[in-house]
Design a binder for this molecule. Structure first.
Ligand code: UD1
Ligand code: MG
Length: 447
């Protein structure tokens, strides 16, 4: 049966105390909303509707970034979760399958769980609610179970002492036939403690109409809703724990797993070794048998087989590191292509550059790529040797097998096999060193 997913993302998230709407906060390098959209997309829905409200335009553009096909509907006033779903009524007027409602602030929901909910509806339930056993149920809607499945969901504010003791709670995820979902929502009023239209009243009306409501359960962590900065930190920790386990399961050595930080799209090959305190920001792809030493930070880069990176290396977007290349400590690489076996071992900045195979870039080399307005490229040939502490002023071409003398400021191209020295000539004055120091020491004694 065809499937529509409605993601509620209209709330402000007051408890985040933020200028950013809640669903645009990030876990593992992508927004809560993007995580939720990705979860929905794993079910290949034929329609995806996103309900925006607070900071609607920003939320809508983030949604469109991750799903061009998504229909965005706007909820002017946040009158409750049932009212929010009702915003999708027109968009789904012709939809004949199931609708699943997700919250935009619950990034960990799994496809299998949602499929199990659909299966309950296939098996004859009018609707299915996703529940979880809460360690601390305070604040959640409680699932009141009867002889024939779910009788009702009671919100914390409406619950009596008896109901508050129930630990089986509502995650907020709900699945029902689309037509039934909207028929039931039309019956919901706002005569309750918060004066809101509660989506959680829907099961009550389904039962009243003679239907049966099913419950599927999942671990609490899967339904974690992010409401505060503390919740965001908890979500990040959950994400990192999962990413570390997945990396190790796929053949990556993490010397100290707790200190390796991943993004949602980090790709590490087999036999990659990651030393303590390494951060993978977004867009990192590392091939097999790469060694990443301690305290390195990688973003938007590709590291090829057998390369060694770090300690304390920084690979920025557009860094492409060839096979068996060597990037040492305090080296920053940005938008640069290094061929196989290139070595940049110490204290260097390489930006907007191409470095040939087996080239050796000495300590303290700087590609001066920025003139204050424009960026320029530096090209260094295969087997070239750049002496330490050289400034390479781009645009610049240095040929294959070329040599640059240490301490040079190179402003003109250097041909294949040539040597360039761009510094003032050394002057040595016979015995002056000793005479000079002796004179200074004598002066000190006099004082
Ligand atoms: C809701 C459930 C509660 C459940 C809990 C799980 C209701 C009435 N209560 O409570 O049973 O245990 O989630 O976390 O549904 N939203 C809108 N428009 C609105 C109101 C809310 O888009 O008018 C969105 C929010 O942005 C959020 C989601 O719906 O993403 C849930 O709203 P929230 O206010 O957090 O509901 P809870 O009080 O947590
Ligand atoms: Mg909530």
């Amino acid at each position: 049966m065809s499937l529509a997913v409605v993601i509620l993302a209209a709330g402000k998230g007051s408890r985040m105390k933020s200028a950013l709407p809640k669903v645009l906060h990030e876990i593992g390098g992508r927004t809560l909303l993007a995580h939720t959209i990705a979860a929905a997309q794993r079910l290949s829905p034929d329609q995806l509707v996103i309900v925006t409200g607070h900071a609607g335009e920003r939320v809508a553009s983030e949604a469109k970034l991750h799903s061009e096909a998504a229909v965005i509907v706007h909820q002017d006033d946040q009158l409750g979760t049932a009212h929010a779903v009702d915003m999708a009524r027109t968009a789904l007027a012709d939809h004949s399958g199931y609708t699943i409602v997700l919250y935009g602030d619950s990034p960990f929901i799994q496809a299998d769980t949602m499929k199990a909910m659909q299966a309950e509806c296939d098996a004859g339930a009018s609707l299915c609610v996703l529940g979880f056993e809460a360690e601390n149920p305070t604040g959640y809607g409680r699932l009141v179970m009867g002889e024939n499945g779910l009788d009702a969901i009671v919100e914390e504010k409406e619950a009596n002492d008896e109901i508050r003791k129930i630990t089986l709670c509502n995650s907020g995820v709900m699945c029902a036939k689309t037509t039934l979902m909207f028929d039931l929502i039309a019956k919901v009023d706002n005569d309750n403690a918060k004066g809101e239209y509660y989506l959680t009243d829907v099961p009550y009306f389904a039962k009243k109409a003679g239907g049966r409501c099913a419950v599927v359960t999942c671990p609490e962590a899967e339904t974690l809703g992010i409401d505060s900065r503390a919740g965001l930190a908890k979500g990040e920790a959950l994400f990192q724990a999962k990413a570390r386990s997945a990396a190790m399961a796929s053949g990556v050595t993490l010397r100290d797993p707790e200190t390796a930080y991943f993004s949602f799209d980090t790709k590490l090959g087999q036999d990659v070794v990651v030393e303590p305190y390494v951060q993978f920001l977004t867009g990192v792809h590392v091939d097999d048998a790469v060694h990443i030493k301690a305290h390195s930070v990688l973003e938007g880069c590709h590291v090829s087989t057998g390369a060694i990176v770090g300690p304390y290396a920084r690979l920025r977007p557009g860094a492409v590191i060839g096979p068996k290349a060597r990037i040492g400590n305090f080296v920053e690489i940005k938008n640069a292509d290094l061929a196989a076996g290139a070595k940049i071992n110490h204290l260097t900045y390489v930006g907007d550059a191409t470095i040939g195979a087996d080239a050796n870039i000495g300590a303290g080399t700087i590609t001066c790529n920025y003139d204050g307005v424009f960026k320029h490229r530096t090209s260094i040939g295969a087997r070239a040797f750049i002496g330490s502490n050289s400034s390479l002023v781009a645009p610049l071409n240095i040929g294959d097998d070329a040599v640059v003398g240490s301490g040079s400021v190179i402003t003109e191209n250097v041909g294949d096999g040539d040597m360039a020295i761009g510094r003032s000539r050394q002057v040595t004055k016979k015995s002056l060193g000793k005479r000079f120091m002796d004179a200074l020491r004598a002066k000190k004694k006099e004082k």
